[in-house]
Write a protein that binds this ligand. Structure first.
Ligand SMILES: [Zn+2]
Length: 322
């Protein structure tokens, strides 16, 4: 009798899911419906990774259902679609990716999304200035980590709002109001971070991480930035990469070295051992943090990063005076 609780409006979605993933639905009856029992009657919006999921959720409120492919804590560049991802994509009405090469698995995603469902590469549609990767195998390619500047994140939210209104005009006012509220929060976040970093002297504004994923962030807040490697899509921690960053650290003496939540701290620890510069972190860039990390939303993630960076630099300043 389970079929009786299926909402008829969802039947076409269920049919699409069944066509793509019969194995996962076999024997479930109305399983997709039960699987997402908390769903509202709005459209299904699929996002490629957790930070975009947060943006879309803020705009959607209770008027759309947001799904995330690469969940909090996972590595986004080289994600592989899970069985659940296939079902979510089969039921999607709209898909948001970052674009600019972030999702190395874009071809698999494109092959899975049903015909006629739009895939929107948010970073590419912001119209914001694209910064190039500065080192490594991908040098000169667009750096995808544009969301790390809250002013660019606001452009993402505007694109999400506009595309969701096109998809679901009945909820236009809700999406507009939700986006307005979130854009206010993002503007306040940018002011707050600018103030947090104002106390850091110019010569200490050097941010050395594992993946050099903070170019947009560094540009927004006046830091120099370097990393052991340029992008997580390339080989990580090669002897050449380690030797280059050790030379730079010996020359510039940053207050601390940072690593990111989705990668191992093994390489940064080895660089720290060789140079005597302490490590701090993790910083969050390619994913929201899991529950309890203090980085469960984009705004919390940016605040946590700002606190970790400013405390590490402050500790370095104190040490320098003793
Ligand atoms: Zn990255």
């Amino acid at each position: 009798m389970k079929i009786l609780i299926c909402q008829t409006g969802r039947l076409s979605r269920l049919m699409r899911a069944a066509a793509v993933a019969p194995f996962f639905l076999a024997g479930f009856g109305c399983g997709v419906e039960n699987h997402n029992a908390e769903d509202n009657d709005g459209p299904v919006v699929v996002t490629s990774f957790s930070i975009l999921g947060d943006f879309a959720s803020r705009v959607a409120g209770d008027s759309a259902n947001v799904r995330v492919l690469a969940p909090a804590g996972s590595e986004v560049h080289e994600w592989e679609l899970s069985p659940r991802n296939f079902i979510d994509l089969a039921t999607a009405d709209l898909v948001f990716t970052n674009g600019l090469g972030l999702e190395q698995w874009l071809p698999q995603l494109e092959a899975t999304v049903p015909d006629g469902v739009r895939i929107v590469p948010l970073a590419e549609e912001t119209g914001a200035t694209v910064i190039s990767i500065r080192l490594g195998d991908l040098r000169g390619e667009p750096d995808p980590h544009m969301w790390m500047d809250p002013r660019a994140a606001a452009r993402y939210v505007e694109v999400i709002r506009d595309r969701m209104i096109e998809l679901d005009p009945d909820s236009e006012e809700v999406y507009r109001q939700n986006a307005r509220n979130y854009l206010d929060d993002l503007a306040a976040l940018h002011d707050e971070l600018t103030e947090t970093f104002a106390a850091i002297p110019d010569e200490k504004r050097l941010l050395v991480t594992s993946e050099a994923a903070f170019l947009y962030f560094a540009d927004a807040y006046g830091f120099d930035h370097d990393g052991i490697w340029g992008n997580n899509a390339e080989h990580e921690g090669t002897p050449q990469q380690i030797a280059r960053i050790i030379d730079l650290i010996r020359d510039r003496r940053p207050a601390a070295l940072f690593w990111e939540s989705t990668i191992t701290d093994r390489y940064v620890r080895s660089v720290s051992d060789d140079t005597g510069v302490p490590i701090a972190g993790p910083l969050y860039v390619d994913s929201l943090g899991r529950a309890g990390t203090g980085a469960e939303t984009y705004i919390e993630l940016m605040r946590t990063n700002a606190r970790v960076i400013s405390e590490a630099v402050a500790a370095g300043l104190t040490e320098g005076k003793s």
